[in-house]
Design a protein. Structure first.
Length: 185
């Protein structure tokens, strides 16, 4: 059992000191995930990778509910979801009608991350479609979250999800096609 997994177990058991022990062990990887994701954001973005990491970490371990993580991979999957939610909330704030936010849909392709980074309405449309996908196939939606919002490679996402790289590639192709169809509607 890795150090991270042991500390996550301590947090589950209610050990208040364990959260302080966890941050130094996972900070570098969380920062790398956030940096990868934020590199796709528009220049001059008000949310920086460090702030994204801190906000995600607080949401993961700073709650009164006792989190339950099965493993290190589960923790990082939860971190990807937390980062997604933070970015979505930020995009929603910026795209309110008061600020002239208008929804437009665009095609999901390999450059989707770049488009969504500069167009908050596209990011919101993607989030809406991804939520719908999660109701139909939660595992597929998690793969898309890990790839798009956490910026993981196919191999990294496959490892976290406990599937083969080949299955992840096939599912990624299907997920992109499903989302493209959904966004075109």
């Amino acid at each position: 059992m890795s150090d991270v997994t042991q500390i996550l177990y301590k947090i589950e058991q209610g050990d208040q000191q364990a959260a302080a022990e966890l941050l130094p062990l996972v900070y570098a990887e969380l920062r790398q995930l956030a940096t990868r994701r934020m590199s796709q954001e528009a220049a001059g973005h008000t949310l920086q990778p460090t702030a994204l990491v801190h906000e995600a970490y607080l949401r993961l371990v700073g709650t009164t509910d006792t989190p339950q993580w099965d493993s290190r991979g589960h923790f990082f999957a939860a971190a990807a979801i937390a980062m997604r939610r933070i970015l979505i909330e930020n995009a929603r704030r910026k795209s309110t009608a008061k600020r002239g936010g208008e929804r437009i849909r665009c095609e999901l392709d390999d450059e989707m991350a770049e488009v969504a980074a500069t167009d908050h309405s596209t990011l919101l449309a993607l989030d809406e479609a991804l939520t719908k996908l999660a109701r139909e196939d939660a595992d597929l939606a998690r793969l898309v979250e890990l790839r798009f919002f956490a910026g993981l490679t196919i191999e990294e996402a496959a490892e976290i999800l406990g599937i083969s790289s080949r299955t992840a590639k096939r599912n990624w192709s299907y997920g992109r096609a499903w989302l493209r169809r959904e966004l075109d509607d």
